[in-house]
Design a protein around this ligand. Sequence first.
Ligand code: BGC
Length: 715
Amino acid sequence: MADDISERHIDALLEDMTLAEKIGQLTMARGGGGTGGPELMDAQLDDVRAGRIGSILDMWGVDGVRRAQAVAVNESRLGIPLLVTLDVLHGYETIFPIPLAEAAAFDPELWERTAQAAAEEAAASDVALTFAPMLDVARDPRWGRIAESPGEDPWLGARFAEAKVRGFQRGLADASTLAATAKHLGAYGAVMAGREYNSVDISARSLHEVHLPPFAAAVRAGVAAIMPSFNDLAGVPMTANAFVLRDLVRERWGFGGVMISDFGAMAELLVHGVAADLAEAAALCLKAGVDIDMVSDTYPKGLPVALERGLVSQTLVDEAVRRVLTLKARLGLLKGKSRGSPQVSSERRLEHRALALDAARRSLVLLRNEGDVLPLSGEARRLAVIGPLAAARQEMLGPWYAAGKAEETSDVFSALQHALPEWTLVHEPGSAISGAEPDGLDAAMEAARQADMVLLCLGEGSGMSGEAASRARPGLPDCQRKLAEAVFALKKPTVAVLCAGRPLTVPWLFEKANAVLAAWFPGNAAGAAIVEVLTGAWNPSGKLPVSWPVDVGQIPVFFGRRPTGRPADPKDACTSKYIDMQVAPLFPFGHGLSYTRFAYRGMRLSSENLNAGDSLTVEVDVANEGKRDGEETAFLFFRDPLASVARPLLELRGAARIALAAGQQGTLRFHVKSEDFGFPDEQGNPCLEAGEIEILAGPSAERGALLSARIHIEA
Ligand code: BGC
């Protein structure tokens, strides 16, 4: 909401504006004349002067932004500043781990702090809105954008959404904040076969139950903007999906903010085959409630024609313009000047650096550690550091690294040299990241032969995950596989660090490596954080926010599946399973090892009977039975065994962390409400049915390791 003064100002502006100026406020241009860059081109500056552009994306460097802003403020008739936008997903200058990695920390406070730090740095470069958080529930590692998401679970996505919106926006209280954009609505993570930009055709139930909850949480947290996704949903492209965008999100959820189309998506309605020309496309989008056209020329070219043809009303145009101006007012952009950008002090930047290290170490997941080969210990030894990602600073930043710099990033090999000065360390890449054959095999094998132990740094290049990076075979490229297999044949103790934007399907590697660390793309502090874990300076605490498949053929594999009428039974052929592969993932959601051992000793419930509106506290006793201090994340699940529709085998309702010294026992508390055990009907309305509910708590979604108790819901 804008305040009274702004409301009057907006009323006055709307009175005064020409149609072209109104459409200008609904038009987003891209820096550098369309390719992104540090300046607007002369023709674009003319458009700003004429009020034909209201917002810009992909301009980097504060000088060009200020020049453009000065033209908008001083040379356009109405003097309305531009809304400057950018994809600030996991940091601006200081780069934090990619979202999938950060999700592995299961730490909303951390998620909020990294968003706040990113906002401060981006706002100091005059950015006012970020296209984040990305909230697509992602259960298919073929889809490259899983890297940008908080993983497979809607409850987790909702907590991530709230934390990120709070962190970026902080109520938009001052100019060091960013307006956040919840994207991409909706169900983009369910693109068929994991193929980028593909169609989505899912049930209303999974839309409401799985894909929408993170967006609903973002709206409740006051997110400023929403971006519809590229995909169609059962034939209706999301950019024109009036049912979801207008009826559900605007009307029922009460979202009054700005909707911004994805890049060029409005004009793509013609390619989807639902609009004959830009006028029809413009009418569909405006009626669906989309306010800003990101670089597709659909509103500037199509909207005047749509109005002439009577396809849309002037009222809808005015409503959209009002929402854009209201956001500008909330951002302090309607005061006849640009927003002003408080600088980030050098002290604060150092704090961001420290935060990047903490976020990175907390996002690393130790998947396997046979014979406690990690942490590296004992007297100094010879370690061969092999693989194309051992000294690959740029790759550590992952996709969407904004103004992040490779030279401000630590790599594994240099960090090892720093941490283990007594050791003999040799680095040989052995192979490029992609390709058929390893081009440095001989040198790598020689180094490995001379060593007592091998560290393999393998994985994806940063461009192999993220947008437009679907992979039909999300494993390791052939050259890296050949390199790794040659090293394994030496039968030396071998540790693998996997840097990637997704869980990689590499069952052969897990069979041979003594230890495997999922490092994702950790950001600026990559090397430092990975080496802290390898040396035991940090006891790993990250847990998988996504099930890790054995093989691509199992995808999608996730813990929230339904029982089926014939649950998998190894003794019965005619049950739901494969004849050539296990049903379970290689590692379940929540898996993650520590150098100590945690035992779950008992669980207590505050009540066994709940009425609608009642709360429940679940206490779980956890003991650190090992020899090192450590942190454990415990999960609270439930199972509704009998309902009017088959319910998932496990549903997540809590994640809580506890730090325990060696030998110490502590208690984790989860607070839930009776409503948390309900489910949406096909219209998205909440239902709570009476009956028994099984409450389960423990270290991961591995059912056998969970403590269990029952409650009764009296709905
Ligand atoms: C992506 C969005 C992004 C936009 C602007 C699109 O291609 O799908 O996630 O925000 O570009 O860069």
